[in-house]
Design a binder for this molecule. Structure first.
Ligand SMILES: Cc1ncc(COP(=O)(O)O)c(C=O)c1O
Length: 496
């Protein structure tokens, strides 16, 4: 690898920029200007700075502030640069926990609300399930332009957790419909028993999930979330089956034999659990992330997912693919499960975050007839649909999936270089710009993330010791180089 080194000055901070000669062609160019920002700048001695600390103190009187990193100035933020309350300018490779597809204040997006019909949707928030605006069908059709193959229906919801929560319900309804056959849905026995949370109206069914998974924090989802105990403790949970997610070695291709064996073991366990739960609480379906994100950016092979899909088909149970974090082009394909080349699509694909709205796509088989079964007052925020429409236009016309693939390849090669040079780093991995590298332990990871922040780079942590990148889809090769340069400096400081 060819490393060209240079020194850049930025405010009080000096950092080394490592530039790798790129094999990536057109995707290298910045897609938009970042306003007046072309590098981070740190103006306080530490982050959080004094303004954030004062705001935190005030908020703490009435609010739990335990998870707040710092307050932000979204008016001043632009492109891939996030400005905090103290005026620090950060190169943002985390993008609101992976939920900003085009960075901050994308050109023209503020003008969207100068158009009265868009503004009307802000002022008059529709209860979408009952009183949708006249353009709602068009918005659904827009969403369906990016529907995974074979999934011709969509429901919109407010967030990732409610998308999964309602996907579980849809799956249970589908499962029971087939059990019930000709029997009416609202038989006296079903009505009486469901009102008392008892079978047969409230059946004993389960969703199979995987160790390390994250599917949200609402009550049903939480029973399928297994990434961190702090999310779960004190909260009652369903006793549902949990299969091991393959614990693989990276790079996947290099350890193919061991990884294949581990995946085979895990797949056999899935079948065994489906069998074992048959009498206790039959498995109506399973849910899986294409890359376990919150659980530590854990990957499995495309072959594993194909075989898992086949197991669901074999046992006639549903297959939910949770693309809340992996969806919308960041993986280098619009949906990360597009890599799998499935014979049969997932039955349900859930989305949120960069998709601007939550919701799920589903097959005709899953479709239910009755109103109010999957329902809530807002069912998404229709004032966001113009943003969704424009975002999808940009993602398609600029082929941002290909861009994420190219920039991601460049970012990953930089992380692999770190892995070779720093003993305390390992397992560089990624698809598109959905990239990660492991530190030796939690403390070292936390220290990398914190030191990077004080040097103007915002990255995230996940799992026990993983450093993760979730840049926007307009992240450029130049910005990837800048991020790598800052990190290189950070690693040198941290190296024992
Ligand atoms: C894979 C996955 N599913 C579901 C969720 C929950 O989404 P939300 O936080 O919008 O409820 C997340 C959030 O991080 C996620 O990463």
């Amino acid at each position: 690898m060819n490393l060209l080194r240079g020194i850049k000055r930025c405010g009080k901070m000096t950092y080394i920029i490592s530039r790798q000669r790129s094999t990536v062609a057109a995707s290298a160019r910045p897609l938009t200007d970042n306003g007046k920002f072309d590098r981070p700048s740190i103006v306080t001695n530490e982050i959080p700075g004094p303004k954030t600390r004062a705001l935190l103190e005030r908020a703490a009187v009435v609010h739990n502030t335990g998870a707040i990193n710092f307050f932000c100035d979204y008016e001043k933020s632009k492109g891939n640069y996030l400005v905090d309350a103290d005026g620090n300018v950060l190169l943002d490779c985390y993008q609101q926990i992976s939920s900003m597809p085009l960075g901050y204040n994308y050109p023209g997006f503020l003008d969207i609300y100068k158009d009265e019909s868009s503004l009307v949707s802000v002022v008059n928030r529709a209860a979408l399930g009952n009183f949708p605006p006249v353009n709602f069908t068009k918005d659904l059709e827009t969403l369906l332009t990016v529907a995974p193959k074979g999934l011709t229906n969509v429901v919109t919801l407010a967030c990732g957790s409610c998308s999964n929560e309602n996907a579980y319900k849809a799956l249970f309804m589908w499962y029971q419909r087939r059990q019930r056959g000709e029997e009416p849905l609202g038989s006296d026995q079903n009505i009486e028993s469901c009102m008392m949370n008892k079978p047969p109206g409230s059946p004993n069914l389960s969703i199979l999930s995987f160790s390390g998974a994250f599917h949200g924090r609402t009550l049903g989802c939480l029973s399928t979330t297994h990434s961190k105990w702090i999310h779960k403790i004190d909260i009652p949970a369903f006793d549902w089956p949990i299969a091991d997610f393959p614990q693989l070695k990276y790079p996947l291709e290099e350890f193919k034999r061991e990884n294949d064996a581990e995946e085979a073991r895990c797949l056999a366990q899935v079948e065994e659990l489906i069998e074992r739960w048959r009498t206790k609480s039959p498995v109506a379906g399973l849910i899986i992330e294409p890359i376990q994100a919150e659980g530590g950016d854990r990957h499995a092979s495309d072959d594993y997912f194909r075989k898992l899909r086949n197991i669901a088909t074999k046992y006639d149970i549903g297959f939910i693919c949770d693309e809340v974090q992996t969806g919308m082009a960041i993986s280098g394909r619009f949906w990360a499960h597009d890599y799998w080349n499935l014979d049969k699509s997932p039955d349900i694909v859930t989305f949120a975050k960069k998709m601007i709205t939550g919701g799920f796509f589903f097959s005709d088989e899953i479709k239910w007839k009755e109103g109010y079964r999957i329902f809530n007052t807002w069912m998404s925020d229709p004032s966001k649909f113009p943003i969704l429409e424009h975002t999808l236009d940009v993602v398609k016309s600029e082929d941002l999936a290909a861009r994420a693939a190219g920039v991601g390849e460049h970012l990953l090669s930089g992380l692999k270089d770190f892995e070779r040079r720093y003993d305390f780093l390992s397992a560089a991995r990624g698809r598109g710009t959905f990239c990660a590298i492991d530190a030796v332990d939690t403390n070292t990871r936390d220290s990398v993330v914190k030191t990077a922040l004080s040097n103007g780079l915002l990255i995230g942590g996940c799992g026990e010791k993983t450093i993760r990148f979730r840049p926007s889809l307009i992240f450029s090769i130049q910005e990837a180089d800048m991020a790598l340069g800052i990190l290189d400096d950070v690693m040198q400081k941290i190296a024992p």
